[in-house]
Ligand binder design. Structure first.
Ligand code: GDP
Length: 444
């Protein structure tokens, strides 16, 4: 996960000051020296570091901190607020056209993740905001870029407009927008060509597309792993064509985080989204405050909750709740729930979003084995319909058959059945006490 080194270093300096009843200027100075080093080591732009340290230091030795009852905590609050500010303060929303469709141009260097992000963003717009996007394949230079977008479209069941690679990208963009109007799409995402380096021909072409399609947004996709290069690329693109927002990809890798922390301050362009993996649902809206929390090891509960909300079908959730209440929850339902948890992403990543998880000793060594979920899945799938509905009929010979069918051991089958029984018991207790609460007129 990104920011690990930075988070560790900051955690160290924060812990020293956290519990102090009194904080003097020397303490602040000492802490800021460590913060400065931590940021530089994380590859944050040195000018950005300088300004950041100055701002925090001034506030930290000011009255709001020194006269408070918990100065240690206050200093940390200041650091968090300034980190948030550094990354843009508020979350930045997508600008919407007065008259649909909203046109978004995706630009960036080759390999930054432009095509993938176009697909992810279209999918997010549809899933979370109930929109009807059209993807336009205007990268005619990179071999197979058009095919790649078409494959992504097929995979996500999203329409892709393409005209092959013999038509100019400007023409493709124009026709794509016309088609979107005709078919009442409310978003058009144009995947433009990238190059290995910023060059004039590329910028000229992008300028032409921009002039013709009057985009509401020009999203620059940059690879967070490239650190300061990402910041330079952003500056170049912005000077040449004027970007309106940045998407930082590959933040799931072990990037030191410098790009995320410098790009906004240097270019003054907001980070709109972050790519957190290769899968098509691994794109998140960027929330500066939550990211600051994550960096400072304070967890990111809100993103976790949001993840759950996007991935859980509300109707289904209600249905499940009803089943739980009436104790008619079967192993099949259990299997479905597991599927939803799996969709949220790798479990060890989810654990790290829990507040305080960062401070837990050995958290980095916890490897939650996603395979275990698969084993459970395999076991349940080897049961007959009747067994899933009435697990009490699963006797020794049935257990043996299920184990063989799923390629797991009998012990594993036993364990799963026991856990399921216990879970049901617990749910019963919970619903009973909830019911009592309701009868008392209380409730939770
Ligand atoms: P383009 O040349 O800019 O269109 O780049 P692509 O969309 O083809 O992406 C290049 C590579 O980066 C592909 O292998 C993607 O799967 C990968 N990629 C894109 N975004 C992310 C991300 O957020 N995390 C990770 N781990 N890989 C990503």
């Amino acid at each position: 996960m990104a920011f690990e080194g930075l988070a560790d270093r900051l955690k160290g300096s924060i812990q020293k000051i956290r519990g102090k009843g009194k904080v003097n200027e020397a303490d602040v100075k000492e802490m800021m020296r460590e913060v400065r080093l931590a940021l530089l080591e994380a590859d944050v732009n040195f000018k950005v570091v300088k300004t950041f340290v100055k701002r925090v230091s001034e506030r930290a030795v000011g009255q709001e901190v020194m006269q408070s009852l918990t100065p240690g905590q206050q200093v940390i609050k200041v650091v968090k607020e300034e980190l948030t500010e550094l990354m843009g303060g508020e979350q930045s929303q997508i600008a919407v056209a007065k008259k649909p469709p909203t046109v978004i141009m995706m630009v960036g260097l080759q390999g930054a993740g432009k095509t993938t992000t176009a697909g992810k963003l279209a999918s997010l717009l549809r899933k979370k905001h109930n929109r009807k996007p059209l993807l336009v394949a205007a990268d005619i230079y990179r071999p197979a870029a058009i095919k790649q977008l078409e494959t992504i479209g097929m995979q996500l069941n999203l329409p892709v407009f393409s005209m092959g690679d013999q038509v100019s990208p400007v023409e493709i963009a124009k026709e794509g927008i016309a088609k979107a109007k005709e078919e009442h799409h409310d978003y058009v995402l144009i995947d433009t060509a990238g190059r290995l380096h910023v060059d004039e021909a590329l910028m000229d072409e992008l300028k032409q597309i921009k002039e013709l399609s009057s985009p509401d947004e020009i999203f620059l996709v940059v690879d967070a792993m490239t650190g300061q290069d990402a910041v330079n690329v952003a500056q170049n693109f912005d000077e040449a064509i004027g970007v309106t927002g940045v998407v930082l990809t590959k933040l799931d890798g072990d990037t030191r985080g410098g790009a995320a922390l410098s790009i906004r301050a240097v270019t003054e362009k907001p980070i709109k989204f972050v790519g957190m993996g290769e899968k098509m649902d691994a794109l998140e809206a960027f929330h500066p405050e939550r990211m600051a929390s994550r960096i400072l090891g304070m967890g990111d509960m809100l993103s976790l909750i949001e993840k759950a909300q996007t991935n859980v079908d509300e109707e289904k959730a209600k249905e499940m709740e009803k089943k739980l209440r009436t104790a008619s929850f079967t192993l099949d339902d259990f299997l479905e729930q597991l599927g939803q948890v799996k969709q949220m992403g790798p479990l060890d990543e989810l654990i790290k979003m829990i507040p305080g998880a960062n401070k837990m000793k050995g958290i980095d060594n916890i490897k939650v084995d996603d395979k275990q979920l698969e084993h459970v899945e395999a076991i349940i799938k080897s049961m007959t319909m009747k067994e899933k509905e009435q697990p009490e009929i699963i006797n020794a010979s049935r257990r043996k058959r299920i184990a063989r069918g799923s390629g797991r051991t009998i012990q594993e089958v036993n364990r799963l059945l026991k856990q399921f029984e216990e879970m049901k018991k617990m749910m019963k207790q919970m619903t009973n006490s909830q019911q009592k609460g309701k009868n008392r007129g209380g409730g939770f």
